[in-house]
Design a protein around this ligand. Structure first.
Ligand code: C2O
Length: 370
């Protein structure tokens, strides 16, 4: 039967130890359960027809300067307000660290499965990877929209599948910001990143800690071929693309889908600070959500799912799993109204239902068959 996240109000919370070095002096908190607000879980209702569609935008594209600036300011303001909540009301489910902890709770043994108190819940390394992160970002985006009073707010995505986007997007780099609203600090800056990879260094979609780095032009060409592999050569069916089956009462299959295992993980490790014991923040599950870049990276990962599905005309295997075990697997989140809601994989398959989308964009990797 399908995996279920337990009720946050009753499930117990363990300190996380799995996969974290330097325990117990880790850089980020290891108690990751969401705040208990005594609310009953409701099944989530999708936005009504007629709700505006949020258009996620490529983070590097500043050709239309005015729109770009407006978008960046909105995004920074949202994160600034989340960080402010951390100070005024740290148990607020919309605070910056509570949002970051969601990732930790679902990834390092923060939950056991509903009905199986001895079984960990881990949403990586299996077919839960894409749908879980889709829902996580969905609520994150709506929460920011709520905080800045803009129900059209959409996240940027880090378009690392396009040579023009293969560096850490500019807006994340500077530590300072001119705006007094943000206390002259850039709210989307994070100091736990690999210093060698800031400022125009080309991302390496093959990255492994001991590997060597290529000269930029070759790196870009290799990156395109990695995206081709992830979406086409190795993603011929749902098993290749989503990862292995994971059902209630079982351990995770440790079978990653193509994107999860390759480009996605490479970016995490490449961004994380190699001088920290767990490559905080991006290089470990428990800390990744503390870098605002995480959500922008994952927006692109989520876009890969859409692009993969759009290729169905030519590649008929490009279909989501159809078994009940996948369709009815579910997670629990606080939504933008602080309601505790349960959401299902089956409800996140169509972006039209979720009222967000990715602006049309070119896909140069399609011509990069390795
Ligand atoms: Cu939940 Cu990119 O990992």
């Amino acid at each position: 039967s399908p995996i279920m996240t337990p009720d946050l109000n009753s499930a117990k919370c363990e300190e996380l130890t799995s996969g974290i070095k330097n325990y117990p002096d880790a850089l980020r908190p290891r108690l990751c359960r969401p705040p208990k607000l005594g609310k009953a879980i409701k099944d989530y209702e999708l936005p009504k027809d007629g709700a505006v569609c949020r258009m996620r935008w490529p983070a590097h594209d500043n050709r239309d300067e005015k729109t770009y600036k407006e978008n960046v300011e909105k995004y920074k303001l949202g994160i600034h307000l989340m960080r402010t909540l951390d100070k005024t009301n740290p148990n607020h489910p919309h605070s910056f660290s509570q949002q970051a902890k969601i990732h930790c709770a679902y990834c390092n043994g923060g939950y056991t499965q509903e009905g199986f108190p001895k079984m960990n819940l881990q949403i990586h390394n299996s077919w839960l990877f894409f749908p879980f992160h889709r829902w996580y970002l969905y609520f994150y985006e709506r929460i920011i929209g709520k905080l800045i009073c803009d129900n059209t707010f959409a996240l940027p995505y880090w378009k690392w599948d396009d040579p023009a986007g293969m560096t850490i997007p500019e807006m994340f780099i500077a530590e300072k910001d001119d705006s007094a609203v943000f206390n002259n600090k850039n709210p989307i800056f994070d100091k736990y990143r690999d210093a060698r990879h800031l400022r125009q260094q080309t991302v390496n979609l093959f990255f492994s800690p001991n590997g060597s780095e290529l000269e930029s032009k070759r790196q870009k060409a290799c990156n395109l071929s990695m995206v081709y592999r992830d979406l086409i050569s190795n993603g011929t069916d749902w098993k290749g693309f989503f990862g292995g089956e994971y059902v209630a009462g079982k351990e995770e299959p440790k079978l990653q889908g193509s994107v999860e295992g390759n480009s996605h993980t490479a970016v995490h490790i490449w961004v994380g600070d190699s001088t920290q014991p767990n490559r905080e923040d991006m290089g470990n599950f428990y800390s990744a959500g503390y870098d605002p870049l995480f959500y922008v990276h994952h927006a692109n990962v989520d876009r890969m799912w859409k692009l993969w599905k759009d290729l169905k005309k030519d590649f008929p295997g490009h279909e989501e799993p159809t078994s009940d075990d996948w369709l009815n697997a579910s997670y629990v989140f606080y939504d933008e109204n602080e309601e505790l809601v349960r959401v299902y994989n089956k409800d996140c398959v169509n972006l039209q239902d979720l009222k967000y989308d990715y602006a049309e964009s070119d896909t140069p990797w399609l011509k990069s068959r390795p």
